[in-house]
Design a protein around this ligand. Structure first.
Ligand code: SF4
Length: 304
């Protein structure tokens, strides 16, 4: 069952006195129940903005977001809040996402209350994420970064979400904790039948946990497909460049290659294909006309 469908989503950032910046420029993706979708791309490509729009934290300027069969982008704010209680988000910074003045057990209890769950205890939720239940009486500053992120996951899962979104949830963690926390999120989400949208710029971790991958560049999804297929045969030149930048992406021990050039200013994106100033395969048409959206949005693979 498809849980989330994002279709041609547009999100603009507006700052008084400055031109609007189109952070998401017609992006489409879907997440099914029990499915893990990895959303990848360089910093500033619009991944987090897309996630925030899905959660109702920033308004959509165009396109639609449908969740559990209902179009949430058509609802007023109050009805949208109610419709979106089944989406929980785990944020990047485990230090900022927990209230430092409240015991972690009380914060997890908030999630249990949202779900109307009177049987599960905060200590039981801590044990699900690999921490001793007796730690429920402690304050956030008594935990490491990796432990805090586990607590944030416990709090999110306590609300029994249908969809869990991880917005760069491992990027602030030690390398040793990254794969553990990502795998934990995947296992717990799938075990509870929820979908997981996992946002990261770390492709090696996404490869480890995601069923499908969506590659985003400057506000648009440029390639989607099953993770194993995209990894074995990346088709979009941007996906190819991203994979070349992953250490030992091909298992042959070659050195990673940094992506050439910088991400253009989203306030003034290039015409045609947004990747054309950095693309080694660019043709004349690429600077003039935008390729159609699709599994691979590129003039090298025109739709049939
Ligand atoms: Fe490169 Fe052209 Fe494809 Fe864009 S459309 S990725 S510039 S080949």
């Amino acid at each position: 069952m498809t849980l989330l469908t994002v279709d041609d989503l547009v999100v603009d950032h507006r700052t008084p006195g400055r031109p609007a910046v189109r952070a998401v420029a017609g992006a489409s993706l879907s997440v099914a129940a029990g499915e893990v979708v990895g959303l990848v791309g360089e910093s500033g490509c619009g991944k987090s903005t897309l996630a925030r729009a899905v959660c109702g934290l920033v308004p959509a300027g165009g396109g639609t977001i449908a969740f559990e069969g209902g179009r949430v982008t058509r609802l007023g704010l109050r009805r949208r809040d109610r419709a979106l209680t089944k989406i929980q988000m785990v944020f990047q910074d485990p230090y900022a996402s927990l209230n430092p003045r409240r015991r972690v057990g009380a914060q997890i209890a908030d999630g249990l209350e949202v779900a109307g769950d009177r049987e599960t205890t905060p200590g039981g939720m801590l044990e699900r994420v690999g921490l001793p239940g007796r730690m429920a009486g402690r304050y956030p500053h008594e935990f490491s970064g990796g432990q805090r992120q586990r607590i944030a996951i416990a709090r999110a899962l306590a609300a029994r979400p249908s969809l869990l979104i991880g917005d760069e949830p491992i990027s602030a963690l030690d390398a040793s904790a990254q794969a553990q926390v990502a795998t934990l999120m995947r296992d717990l989400a799938v075990e509870s039948g929820a979908g997981l949208l996992f946002i990261s710029h770390d492709l090696s971790v996404v490869r480890l946990i995601a069923d499908r991958i969506a590659v985003m560049y400057l506000g648009k999804i440029v390639e989607t497909g099953p993770t194993a297929e995209v990894w074995a045969n990346p088709r979009h030149p941007y996906t190819q460049a991203l994979l070349r930048a992953v250490p030992e992406a091909d298992g042959l021990g070659r050195l990673p290659q940094e992506l050439a050039g910088d991400v253009p200013d989203p306030a003034d994106p290039p015409p045609g294909c947004r990747f054309h100033p950095r693309c080694p395969a660019a043709m004349d048409v690429c600077a003039e006309r935008e390729p159609a959206p699709g599994p691979v949005s590129c003039w090298l693979y025109p739709p049939a």
